[in-house]
Ligand binder design. Structure first.
Ligand SMILES: [Zn+2]
Length: 285
């Protein structure tokens, strides 16, 4: 058992996470520091939510920590200058998300996803659906309800077990995009509030794009750090929660990240600070 003062003593250990120099969204060089880790840690200590707990986790395990939060001068994306290893993130999530309230507001979530999928189905003729990071599978069930053959992909084994129990007529795979058979593609790929957690954005976007069939479409949602409600004071925005969230995109940043892999990318207007991007694959790609 480590005493708290011993854990605190580790704050000076060298960072071991992978350096991120280029913008993870648009690849531009020359990002500027929005604030340092010390400034973040001082602020997080004044919060009464997970930001304070997560800062403690970064003090205990330097692999989770960063030296500065950077902002891209080209696209405005805000990101940690270090990305933790998959192993460090795995144990972090295991520690902080051991017993989530999976079934809270299940009916509301399902109803919302059914409405969303009802609209999305007009964007593509094909009826193969994939949700990347499906949690307990509400969007997957909503896609099936709207006529899709639906698959959900989820890293959290416990969430997959709940999904299989509640929505047995769909396919659920425990794992990441690496777990899918190579060459397997879908007409509608859905990825909601996942990319901000991912340590290697470039790899993730390439895999997402590869899962979209010719003529298919990707809907991706993530927080929007460029939104007028939050951009002037991102430190106090409660969505800035390292190391849970590592990259907070802007609409321009998300378009830049997706553009090399799709024929057309659009981001939708949103009164709330959230990016909603639609990316279309050409028929011949
Ligand atoms: Zn950028």
């Amino acid at each position: 058992m480590t005493r708290p003062e011993e854990e605190m003593g580790q704050i000076g250990l060298a960072r071991v996470g992978r350096r991120r120099v280029l913008c993870p969204a648009c690849n531009a060089a020359g990002s500027t520091a929005a604030f340092t880790y010390a400034e973040w840690s001082g602020f997080a200590a004044t919060t009464t939510d997970s930001r304070r707990d997560f800062d403690m986790a970064m003090r205990v395990n330097p692999d989770l920590a960063f030296d500065a939060i950077l902002r891209c001068r080209a696209c405005g994306t805000v990101f940690t200058d270090r990305a933790p290893s998959e192993e460090a993130l795995g144990s972090f999530y295991h520690q902080y998300y051991g017993n989530p309230g999976y079934l809270a507001k299940l009916d509301q979530k399902l109803a919302l996803e059914k409405r969303r999928l009802f609209l999305l189905k007009f964007l593509t003729r094909g009826r193969r659906f994939l949700d990347v990071g499906c949690n307990i599978g509400c969007a997957v069930e909503a896609a099936r309800w709207n006529g899709f053959a639906a698959t959900g992909l989820e890293l959290d084994d416990a969430a997959v077990a709940v999904a299989r129990e509640h929505f047995p007529r769909n396919e659920f795979v425990a794992g990441t995009l690496d777990s899918l058979s190579p060459g397997l593609t879908f007409d509608l790929v859905y990825c909601s509030e996942v990319i901000e957690h991912v340590p290697d954005v470039g790899h993730f976007v390439r895999q997402l794009a590869a899962a979209v069939a010719p003529g298919g479409v990707l809907l991706l949602t993530t927080p929007d750090s460029g939104h007028r409600q939050v951009r002037n004071d991102v430190m106090r925005w409660d969505t800035l929660r390292p190391p849970e969230h590592l990259t907070l995109f802007t609409r321009a940043g998300m378009r830049a990240a997706l553009a090399p892999h799709f024929r057309r990318v659009v981001t939708l207007p949103n009164a709330k600070p959230g990016v909603q991007a639609l990316a279309f694959k050409g028929k011949a790609e």
